[in-house]
Write a protein that binds this ligand. Structure first.
Ligand SMILES: [Zn+2]
Length: 327
């Protein structure tokens, strides 16, 4: 099949032929209609992390049509329109059956640990696809997976409730955009930060009550802070918590080492939550929200051949929301 491929890491992506992955008994092949970029696409090419196998096809997010099913697959038929859940798990071990698929022994991220979706087709377990949300475009269907799921699980684990205050750092990033939309949907008052004035304005246009420059002491207090930047925003994120506040962390794009004052932690009665991706049921719940009209921020759409231009836009940090490839 044709795909974008990384032959070595660090390295450059090239468009070429790779063998189509075989379909196991409990797996489905999805012919990709649209796939979305994530920062993972950049990290892989930099060798951070190095892909476990080479050549590697990048791409964590996809929506498409079921084109082949394994002999034991019962839930899906050829032609079904689906979204791929990139939080891969076996679907039948005790952890998966107990609703904790993120603790599955074979848990992996599509496009990081397993070859991904910027290809003609992608193969995943039958538990890792859901019916495409009705009424949404292919582009929207393809781009809420990885970041939306991460944001949804963080807010669920942080017990964000209606009437509370949520602070989202790094407005415009995938997780931040999703957290803004989901937080509003949950009935929270949402504040955002960004280094870029245009992104601060955009966050307010999308429903944030106010927005502030990144990394500076903030004039608001939050019940919940969602942070994916790590080191550069750590002090201001922690400093923005109300008593009893919850700080949820899913990434450290700006650095992964931070300092923590323990007296501040206990006198503040704070909770720190490390979180990544989400479970099958969280993906179902998120997909229902998307079907119900949850805003999905699509920055721009490129043809599959335009992947290098899309990567350049991502690398420059110019986007607000997701970059999508139409296959
Ligand atoms: Zn499992």
């Amino acid at each position: 099949m044709h795909a974008w491929v990384l032959d070595r890491s660090p390295g450059e992506y090239r468009y070429g032929e790779v063998p189509a992955p075989p379909v196991g008994p409990r797996e489905v092949r999805v012919r990709v209609v649209a796939s979305a970029l994530n920062r993972m696409d950049l990290w892989l090419a930099l060798g951070m992390p190095k892909p476990p196998v080479l050549p590697m096809v990048p791409g964590c997010d996809a929506a498409g049509v079921v084109a082949e099913v394994g002999e034991e697959v019962s839930r899906w038929a050829l032609g079904d329109e689906v979204v791929v859940n990139p939080s891969l798990a076996c679907g039948h071990c005790p952890e998966c059956l107990a609703g904790r698929s993120v603790y599955c022994a074979s848990w992996a991220i599509l496009g990081e640990h397993r070859s991904g979706a910027h290809a003609e087709s992608v193969v995943v377990g039958e538990a890792n696809v859901v019916a495409r949300p009705a009424g949404r475009t292919w582009e929207e269907s393809a781009c809420y997976g990885l970041c939306g799921l991460t944001a949804y699980r963080m807010l669920r684990r942080a017990h964000l409730s209606a009437g509370e205050t949520l602070l989202v750092t790094g407005a415009g990033g995938g997780v931040a955009s999703a957290a803004l939309a989901i937080g509003l949907q949950m009935g929270a008052t949402v504040y955002a930060t960004s280094r870029h004035e245009a992104k601060r304005e955009r966050a307010v246009a999308l429903g944030a009550a106010a927005s502030f420059p990144s990394g500076e002491p903030l004039p608001v207090e939050a019940d919940v802070v969602v942070d994916s930047s790590g080191e550069p925003t750590w002090a201001s994120s922690l400093g923005a918590l109300k008593k009893g506040g919850r700080l949820a962390v899913c990434g450290g794009t700006g650095g992964g080492r931070v300092e923590l004052s323990l007296p501040k932690l206990w006198f503040g009665q704070y909770e720190l939550i490390g979180s990544t991706m989400g479970t099958f049921s969280e993906f179902d719940e998120l997909t229902r929200l998307v079907a119900g009209g949850l805003p999905v921020a699509v920055d721009s759409t490129f043809q599959l051949a335009g992947y290098p231009e899309a990567l350049a836009r991502l690398r420059a940090g110019e986007q607000f929301g997701k970059l999508v490839l139409r296959h």
